[in-house]
Design a protein around this ligand. Structure first.
Ligand SMILES: Nc1ncnc2c1ncn2[C@@H]1O[C@H](COP(=O)(O)OP(=O)(O)OP(=O)(O)O)[C@@H](O)[C@H]1O
Ligand SMILES: [Mg+2]
Length: 311
């Protein structure tokens, strides 16, 4: 069972590379090419990490004398033809992130490439490979509504690319109680929205606007505090991401803001379970934590709850 969640490919590649630098042969150089603004993907984080690890181990095995392992993550513009064919409808309309692992190793012959995803297909000596690595990766990618492609040539290295759906392109998860009507919110609710990811900020802003809220958005905690201090009208709700880049975290911001504005309702959000757990420990009972990604209806219900619970 996959548990899809928001994954920041940039952060994931960096932590994977750190681990590989400590464990792989020193003759294998590791390079990461991932723009920090690479959009988040919707995938099971643990499974994605293990898929990338599987691919990296294959790359290591293909470079017994050392070489370069090159990770890359970027939003894709046009998808390659074979990937479009594989994805069908979803490929035409969806947006994807390409995460690739390239090695400078032996490469594969056409025959090996054709069979690489087959369960139990291996060219490694008995006891070294089960041939299940890439077939497992393939299953994961399919279940994640993505695609995988191999570019390789004997002697010229191999690039394995995963195409995964971008978080905010994916249909919002169907909450079981989603269809019991829209949560009514008081009109003209004033919301201070704090989110460092521009794309997420845009989506949440739209959600709030269509719920009839008046929104002021900031990209970090410091900006938000200045906004709240200088604004003439009082805010009803602070809706903030927990991790806000290098600055003050959302939990600190919430504590700070509530001290200055005791009537402020607090709703914090994060895509990371560990962050939600940590925040849960610090949070007074009137705060609420919302797991990203969420639907508009889920946001409306969470807003209604924090408004009801505010001091
Ligand atoms: N980066 C690569 N360079 C060259 N050949 C590769 C690469 N990745 C996979 N292959 C080829 O594809 C085969 C299948 O890979 P797969 O990961 O499925 O199994 P394995 O690595 O042989 O075994 P396991 O992953 O179960 O330990 C490999 O045996 C190898 O021949
Ligand atoms: Mg393998």
């Amino acid at each position: 069972m996959l548990q899809p969640n928001a994954v920041d490919p940039h952060a994931m590649l960096h932590s994977l590379a750190d681990m590989l630098r400590r464990t792989l042969d020193q003759r294998i150089g590791i390079v990461i090419d991932a723009t920090p603004d690479c959009p988040p993907v919707l995938a099971d984080p643990g499974q994605l990490e293990s898929a990338l690890l599987n691919i990296a181990i294959n790359a290591r095995d293909a470079m017994p004398e050392g070489g370069t392992l090159h990770f890359r993550a970027e939003a894709c513009g046009a998808l390659p033809r074979e990937v479009l064919n594989e994805l069908g409808e979803a490929g035409e309309h969806g947006s994807f992130v390409a995460i690739s692992v390239a090695d400078s190793g032996t490469g594969m012959t056409e025959e090996v490439k054709e069979r690489a995803f087959e369960p139990f297909f291996t060219t490694k000596e008995a006891g070294r490979g089960t041939g299940l690595g890439l077939s497992t990766v393939y299953g994961f990618v399919k279940q994640s509504k993505g695609a995988i492609a191999i570019a390789t040539q004997p002697g010229a290295g191999t690039t394995v690319t995963l195409y995964l759906p971008q978080l905010f392109d994916a249909a919002p998860p169907a909450a079981p109680d989603d269809d019991d009507g829209e949560q009514a919110l008081p009109a003209g609710l004033r919301v201070m929205l704090v989110e460092d990811d521009a794309e997420v900020r845009k989506v949440v802003h739209t959600f709030l606007a269509t719920l009839g809220c008046e929104v002021v958005a900031a990209e970090n905690a410091e900006q938000a505090l200045v906004q709240m201090e200088s604004d003439t009208g009082a805010f009803d709700v602070l809706l903030s991401d927990i991790a806000l880049g290098p600055g003050m975290r959302g939990t600190r911001l919430a504590a700070e803001a509530q001290q200055r504005f005791p009537r402020l309702a607090i709703l914090l959000m994060s895509g990371f379970s560990s962050e939600l757990l940590d925040a849960d420990r610090e949070a007074p009972p009137s705060w609420e934590l919302l797991r990203k990604p969420y639907s508009r209806a889920e946001l409306a219900r969470a807003l209604a709850r924090v408004l009801a619970a505010r001091p």
